[in-house]
Design a binder for this molecule. Structure first.
Ligand SMILES: Cc1cc2nc3c(=O)[nH]c(=O)nc-3n(C[C@H](O)[C@H](O)[C@H](O)COP(=O)(O)OP(=O)(O)OC[C@H]3O[C@@H](n4cnc5c(N)ncnc54)[C@H](O)[C@@H]3O)c2cc1C
Length: 373
């Protein structure tokens, strides 16, 4: 394949858009609510092959640079940052430390106008604050990536598939040295159709959502699969946790609405990563009583080790990799052959999302009872 025009159901990372010298590639939502590349003017494509060269989806391997990995339990020394971040706030602190060394930071914020997560570039600590907290939807990358100057110094954070493509892109253009790449253990990304339906339902109660947090720690870190949305009607706030049956989380964590590539084609479980640093939630037994939030932090390259050592605002406790990865999903998800198409079909109808979540709950209960994967 010499260009991305025949690719469907890919990772939607958007790196092909910056590899194309002729700027012929854009990223659009497909009918199931996932980002996908489109070539606007096929006639002008010279079939140079750069877009497929940088595409992680087109390669079987992961572009790893690994040294002996070093694992830590880690958290920000700033209690407020730790509280606002998903686990221990290490993603934020690593960025802040690199910014003080002259780096620009490329992370993900939530754009409430467009109801979407998007990569953006932060040049100040104030701007970087918008990256705090995981946004459990696929991020739109193309605009931010187009602003990256290959001669500059950047930290880029993202899903493992986004980072794998970026590593390929930087290596192709001999620019790896100026960049630090950070990914996380990734469950997968749910369909934007599901998110749009969820937010439409919430907005009936609170007006237009102006602020969204996916990990509200009010009830502690272990119960922080918790949505908190602020609306523009009388400053109303909507909160809902998975432990109370939140419908978005049931569909997302029940694996019924993820990108097709997040099932069979995810190559990035455990330590399989093209990043310098991998982060995540340090679930498992060691910190089971901690309710403030503990990040899993793994240095995968020599550069990653140096960056972590230079981050003065995190508390670090070294652990064996088995301890760090204990609570993670270490295998690929099996594809829910009937449920995923059904849930995505229902997402296009007026069936309330609470009913969709109910279906998800019963299917998963049944699967557990029958010991099905
Ligand atoms: C879709 C998704 C799935 C995840 N799955 C797992 C998992 O299975 N296991 C696990 O341990 N952790 C997972 N994480 C990571 C986890 O939610 C936390 O990001 C991690 O614990 C680090 O938290 P933190 O407190 O350091 O910082 P945070 O402040 O939460 O930093 C998060 C970093 O992630 C980036 N980010 C946020 N949303 C997105 C997005 N949609 N796409 C790309 N980058 C984003 C931000 O730019 C920021 O740099 C996932 C994150 C996402 C976005």
């Amino acid at each position: 394949m010499s260009n991305v025009s025949e690719i469907t159901n890919c990772y939607g990372c958007g790196v092909c858009t910056i590899a194309c010298n002729r700027k012929l590639i854009s990223i659009e939502l497909d009918k199931d609510g996932f980002y996908t590349p489109r070539i606007s003017d096929r006639e002008r494509c010279t079939d140079c092959g750069l877009c497929t060269k940088v595409c992680a989806y087109q390669h079987d391997d992961v572009l790893m640079n690994h040294c002996e990995p070093q694992g830590f339990a880690a958290w920000s020394t700033d209690a407020d940052i730790r509280h606002r971040c998903s686990s221990g706030g290490v993603g934020y602190e690593i960025g802040r430390s690199l910014m003080r060394q002259g780096y620009l930071l490329c992370g993900v914020r939530y754009n409430a106008e467009a109801n979407r997560a998007e990569h953006y570039i932060a040049a100040t600590e104030e701007q970087w604050a918008a990256s705090v907290g995981s946004k459990y939807i696929q991020s739109y990358t193309a605009d931010a990536l187009s602003k990256i100057d290959r001669k500059g110094r950047y930290l880029i954070t993202g899903t493992p598939c986004q980072i794998d493509s970026l590593r390929r892109y930087l290596r192709t253009f001999h620019a790896e040295d100026h960049f630090v790449l950070l990914d996380f253990f990734c469950h997968g990304v749910p369909s934007k159709l599901i998110w749009d339906k969820y937010i439409r339902g919430v907005e009936r109660h609170i007006g237009k959502a102006t602020h969204v947090a996916w990990r509200d720690k009010t009830h502690g870190w272990h119960d922080s699969w918790a949505m908190s949305l602020h609306g523009d009607t009388d400053e109303k706030v909507y909160t809902s946790r998975v432990s109370q049956g939140d419908s978005f989380y049931q569909l997302f964590l029940g694996n019924q609405c993820l990108g097709k590539a997040c099932y069979h084609d995810c190559k990035y479980k455990h330590l399989s990563s093209a990043a310098d640093i991998r982060i995540g939630d340090l679930w498992g037994t060691t910190y089971k009583d901690n309710e403030k939030g503990v990040s899993a932090l793994i240095a995968l390259t020599e550069k990653g080790k140096q960056v972590i050592a230079a981050t003065e605002t995190i508390t670090l406790t070294p652990h064996a990799i088995e301890v760090i990865t204990e609570g993670q999903m270490n295998h690929r998800l099996s594809y829910p052959t009937i449920m995923r198409p059904l849930q995505l079909l229902l997402a296009k109808t007026r069936v309330p999302i609470t009913w969709q979540a109910l279906v998800s709950r019963y299917v998963n209960k049944l699967k557990n009872k029958l010991h099905l994967p």
